[in-house]
Design a protein around this ligand. Structure first.
Ligand SMILES: [Zn+2]
Length: 292
């Protein structure tokens, strides 16, 4: 058994080689006890061995530097009570002494790894707290277009990509959640590369083709779709055809997913911890994948 120090060092070496957490779990190097040691803002944080299988965290860590949709407010956190420095802050009148640590958060709903509820793009769509819980757990399908997106930043997940996935893995199961893996996560460390705007402000980022969304919704009955970029639409698609096709059909989306390179293309189950603020258009979510 590795000591925590040894485990963390090996993890960092492996992470630098981009082997991902799945390899670490396979190698027995990441455990529930040590996984929390290796987090960093913006980076995926952990896959852990579980008595019944493996759990992957598909959620990014966010701070004020995390990329947001151009023009949107960035994440912000303000400490209102600090029990390390004996500062009760604005809670001073409520607390006899500084026992607690409390922050105030501010962010737009579409910040970090987050859900788009149907209402985000459909005035008649349901809001985030009304997404049925049975739709928030689903078979996870990961369609990988990272190789193409590396050279074509405007790459679209097409119906041909769905065909190719089904040739390899069989028909997409009913009521699945289909995630687009574009490899965009690796661009988080490079300022400006995640939004990838050109001189005119147009973003060049991969997304779903409208026809692919329509097939997933109408012929495969998916409950949701997701992506590792800021939008299920390609950045240059200012008609937002994927949003309209998906959310307009009543399914939800999850954007800015983490670690899609590490989860199996088929066979895992995703759990989307959608927020429950009444009337919300979406919001930050904890997203986990599990495989036995
Ligand atoms: Zn969104």
């Amino acid at each position: 058994m590795c000591s925590p120090d040894v485990t963390a060092t090996v993890y960092e070496q492996l992470a630098r080689r981009r082997l991902g957490r799945r390899a670490l779990v396979t190698a027995g190097l990441v455990t529930a006890a040590t996984a929390g040691m290796v987090g960093a803002v913006g980076s995926p944080r952990r896959a852990v061995a579980h008595p019944a299988g493996t759990v992957w965290d598909l959620t990014h860590v966010v701070d004020e530097h995390f990329p947001v949709w151009p023009g949107s407010r960035r994440f912000a956190m303000r400490t209102v009570a600090d029990n390390k420095n004996n500062d009760t802050g604005s809670l001073g009148s409520l607390l006899p002494q500084s026992i607690f640590y409390v922050n105030e958060l501010s962010y737009d709903e579409h910040t970090g790894t987050h859900v788009d509820a149907p209402a985000h793009a459909d005035p008649d769509g349901i809001t985030v707290e009304r997404i049925p819980v049975e739709n928030l757990t689903a078979p996870l399908v990961v369609i990988d277009i990272a190789a193409r997106a590396a050279s074509d930043h405007d790459a679209l997940l097409s119906t041909a990509d769905i065909d190719q996935w089904e040739r390899l893995h069989g028909r997409i199961p009913e009521r699945a959640f289909v995630a687009l893996h574009s490899g965009w996560q690796s661009r988080l460390s490079e300022p400006g590369a995640f939004t990838n705007q050109d001189a005119t402000g147009v973003q060049h980022t991969p997304g779903f083709a409208r026809e692919a969304v329509e097939r997933l919704v109408h012929e495969r009955s998916v409950v949701g779709i997701g992506t590792d970029t800021l939008s299920i639409d390609a950045g240059r698609d200012t008609s937002y055809s994927a949003h309209l096709a998906a959310l307009g059909s009543g399914i939800y989306a999850v954007e800015v997913l983490a670690d899609l390179h590490a989860v199996p293309a088929s066979g895992a189950t995703v759990f989307v911890g959608a927020p429950t603020h009444a009337g919300g258009s979406g919001g930050p979510a904890r997203v986990l994948a599990f495989s036995s």
